[in-house]
Design a protein around this ligand. Structure first.
Ligand code: ADP
Ligand code: LRH
Length: 494
């Protein structure tokens, strides 16, 4: 293997970025070449993603990557948040800006779906956690609309970007597994679910797997980005969490998952890498998901509200102040505030929609009989304690339900930069936490490309050893006992 230069496009719910990652047998370095905000926009009653702005950010990033390498790239890979999609008409033209998973259109659809496919059967077939915005609910909501009648193809967000770059359409498997239309045992479409819900699977282009070729940049894309063709687009774990789990610098792999992981960004995804799904009724009731990972793995995890709680507090305070609040200052003040004074259930669906988060946190505390936070520092402390508590609970449940032990917890994603959160997570779990990399998704994306292009070889263990060797990681030992966390958990969840 001779190494190579790869562009990893990682679109998160809060920002998009293009990373230039150089990978070789003894080399891994990452350079952020372009970052752009992801700002959803309400048009009429509906909350949309601003997909043209995101696509422009991708093109700008590729141009910048090419400027650095002299026009050469060994691959481009795209990952993004899960679940959402665009509809294309018979000419391959996008029918409207994709709808945001936080939009209210899915209200009531879960009940409609449950009436034809009971939740027990849906879980046994797909292993997916119930989230009110899973793709099947969105498709149910879209049905009957004018765009739906004109739709001839459904493309998930990373597949849509890939289609614009290459003209080739496919459905990448790890992200497809978040639609609730994939059977995690066969790692293929679930005809049973599609038939029961009358969803035409022919609307989705053929499945591709991480590492599969996904076309070459179109001539007009090369012209616009200044890149020298041919440039291959390579399918990666296009669900950002799938790529982030590849980017966990663990020493185990799918056969020896003694590590837990928490991918913390807008969401916290906390769980284990397993060789196969857990589809028990107990697992369903605990709201655990079996999303598909790279190299035949399963991501057995729970979605936790994540730093969205903090992001929305900051947005509210920014509107009040007329300027962005100082995050570092707020985190330091929260760190000094009284521990575990109040906590909320970070899995509570009432936090999903955008809006005044400090007020909703106050309301949740009041409802559940916890003291109400007095001011911003205590509100942030409540968020941090609540997330750490939810991390503890998710990892303990994942371990119990799968029968796998955990020796160490890896925190990756933007939240790995949040020192108090990592420390509190170590304390709550009673386990050592290794924090970083913050850009695990981009790294996992690039590693899968690099292997497909022949720049490196090996399985997840070998790919991860490059991460362990090449990145600064922070270690947090659990100090203090887990007693206060156990008591808080009992009080919150009974
Ligand atoms: P997403 O991919 O969902 O957009 P990221 O993984 O980029 O999310 O994480 C973004 C979050 O990371 C921010 O909302 C913020 O809470 C946290 N974060 C990023 N940088 C820092 C920092 N320097 N200190 C504390 N928190 C940070
Ligand atoms: C994180 C994420 C998560 C999904 C959510 C919609 O970015 O992909 O894994 O559940 O967004």
């Amino acid at each position: 293997p001779r190494g190579g230069a790869f562009a990893a496009v990682d679109l998160g719910a809060s920002s998009g970025r293009v990373m230039l990652v150089r990978v070789g047998p003894d080399r891994l370095d990452l350079r952020e070449v372009h970052r752009f905000p992801n700002r959803p926009v309400r048009m009429g009653p509906t909350l949309h993603w601003d997909i043209p702005a995101l696509y422009r950010g991708v093109l700008d990033g590729l141009r910048e990557a090419g400027r650095i390498t002299g026009g050469w790239l060994d691959g481009v890979g795209i990952d993004s948040w899960a679940v959402d999609h665009g509809l294309l008409d018979a000419d391959g033209v996008l029918l409207g800006n994709p709808v945001h998973y936080r939009d209210g259109r899915v209200e009531g659809t879960a009940e409609k779906v449950a009436a034809v496919l009971p939740p027990e059967r849906l879980y046994a077939s797909t292993g997916l956690q119930h989230l009110p915005f899973n793709t099947i609910y969105q498709l149910t909501a879209a049905r009957g609309g004018a765009a739906w009648s004109a739709a001839r193809q459904v493309l998930l967000i990373p597949d849509l970007i890939s289609y614009w770059l290459t003209g080739e359409a496919g459905t990448e498997l790890t992200n497809a597994s978040t639609t609730q239309l994939i059977d995690p045992r066969t790692r293929n479409w679930s005809r049973e679910v599609a038939d029961a819900l009358d969803i035409d699977l022919g609307l989705f282009p053929p499945l591709r797997r991480p590492g599969d070729p996904a076309g070459e940049l179109l001539p007009h894309v090369l012209a616009e980005t200044g890149l020298t063709g041919p440039v291959s687009v390579i399918a990666v774990g296009s669900h950002d969490t799938a790529s982030a789990v590849v980017g966990v610098p663990a020493t185990g792999d799918g056969t020896d998952p003694r590590f837990g992981y928490i991918a913390t960004g807008t969401w916290s995804l906390a769980g284990l890498e397993l060789p196969g799904p857990v589809l028990t009724e107990e697992s369903r009731l605990a709201n655990f998901t079996n999303e598909l990972g790279v190299d035949g793995t399963v991501r057995y995890l729970r979605n936790i509200m994540g730093l969205w709680l903090l992001q929305e507090c900051l947005r509210t305070w920014e509107a009040e102040d007329g300027g962005a609040p100082d995050l570092a200052g707020l985190l330091a003040a929260a760190d000094r505030a009284e521990p575990l004074r109040s906590v909320v259930d970070a899995g509570d669906e009432t936090f999903i929609t955008p809006g005044d988060m400090p007020a909703r946190i106050t309301e949740a505390c009041r409802r559940t009989g916890w003291p109400v936070p007095r001011g911003r520092a205590e509100t942030v402390r409540c968020v941090l304690d609540s997330l750490a508590l939810a991390h503890r609970r998710a990892l303990a449940d994942a371990s119990r339900l799968s029968g796998r032990g955990i020796d160490v917890v890896h925190v990756v994603g933007g939240g790995a930069r949040n020192e108090p959160l990592c420390r509190l997570t170590a304390e709550a779990c009673g386990l050592p936490v290794v924090a970083g990399p913050a850009e695990a998704a981009a790294l996992g994306n690039a590693l899968v490309q690099a292997r497909a292009a022949g720049a490196v070889t090996g399985g997840l263990f070998e790919l991860r050893s490059l991460l362990r060797a090449g990145l600064p990681l922070r270690h947090h030992e659990p100090v203090g006992g887990t007693g206060p966390w156990r008591r808080a958990e009992e009080r919150l969840h009974g």
